[in-house]
Design a protein around this ligand. Structure first.
Ligand code: AMP
Length: 279
């Protein structure tokens, strides 16, 4: 595995990569969720490129940028074991050169629940993803469904800017008890982790009710919020039931594919999760 640190070096190396080139962008602190993206891309692509960059622009003031888990040595070993050919691990100024003044904003992202809760987050994501896609020019880019609104924002961005890349959505990887894997799970206490299960349990309950014929959006959202709100360490941020592209909230009956998502703080750690409901 080659580890490259500068924009100039990855641009130069791009020409030597066997097509199709697959890209898996990450912020490191790798877990099985990241590995599933890498494994899938490895199987589908001639070359596998990954990026490791904790992007300050997608963290708001008071969020966990400074304490976000970082262990580059361990990550490098895991990237290499997953068959990564080229790892791009840039310093800040390679992504945001001196005088950087351009932000990519996807209209509407800030009006949806996750964007409303994290002002500036999706502009930070859209900007860094645009830079990575421009530098690495992958044929395919792999993202997790775990970050459902992120996936929707990137899909929109790629279509709107006519970027020549296929966005590949990968299923959420969970612990055996249902907890969605996240780099932030390491912040949870034993009791916090137990109560964090209420997010996936609530989503599963709603999924089961939906399979049993429940179609009322408010009732489905209620099944999730009930479970999360009953946990003393949990502070519910939102429960959302949106259309498949997450453009707007569903009121009344669900009649087409929809995304049920939840965000909560558990003992101070912000967690998100979602499931797709298909009639
Ligand atoms: P991050 O390092 O958190 O920015 O995540 C990098 C990529 O891994 C993103 O596309 C995430 O959606 C994806 N990812 C994170 N957690 C999971 C998970 N539990 N299952 C599948 N993909 C995930």
């Amino acid at each position: 595995m080659r580890v490259l640190r500068t924009a100039a070096a990855v641009r130069a190396a791009r020409a030597e990569l066997a097509p199709p080139v697959g890209l898996v962008p990450t912020m490191g602190a790798l877990h099985e969720g990241h590995l599933s993206l890498l494994l899938r891309a490895r199987g589908e692509c001639g070359s596998l490129v990954a990026s490791l960059f904790v992007n300050p622009a997608q963290f708001g003031p008071g969020e966990d940028f400074a304490r976000y888990p970082r262990d580059e040595e361990r990550d490098c070993r895991l990237f290499a074991e997953a068959g990564v050919d080229l790892l791009f691990a840039p310093a800040l100024e390679e992504i945001y050169p001196s005088g950087h003044a351009t932000t990519v904003a996807v209209t509407g992202a800030e009006e949806r629940p996750e964007g409303r809760s994290r002002p500036g987050h999706f502009a930070g994501v859209a900007t860094v993803v645009t830079v990575l896609l421009s530098l690495l020019a992958p044929d395919r880019a792999y993202f997790g469904e775990k970050d459902a609104q992120q996936l929707a924002v990137i899909g929109r961005l790629v279509r709107d800017l006519a970027l020549p890349v296929e966005v590949v959505a990968c299923a959420t990887v969970r612990e055996p008890d249902g907890l969605a894997l996240s780099s932030r799970n390491v912040y949870l206490s034993v009791e916090g982790r137990r109560q964090a299960l209420s997010l996936s349990a609530g989503l599963r309950a709603a999924e089961a009710a939906f399979a049993g014929g429940m179609r009322d959006a408010e009732q489905l959202r209620g099944l999730v919020s009930e479970r999360v709100s009953s946990q003393p360490l949990a502070v519910l941020d939102y429960v959302s039931l949106a259309d498949g592209e997450m453009r707007g909230e569903i009121e009344g009956a669900v009649s087409a594919e929809a995304v049920l998502s939840v965000a909560a703080r558990v003992g101070g750690t912000r967690l998100i999760d979602n499931v797709r409901l298909r009639p």
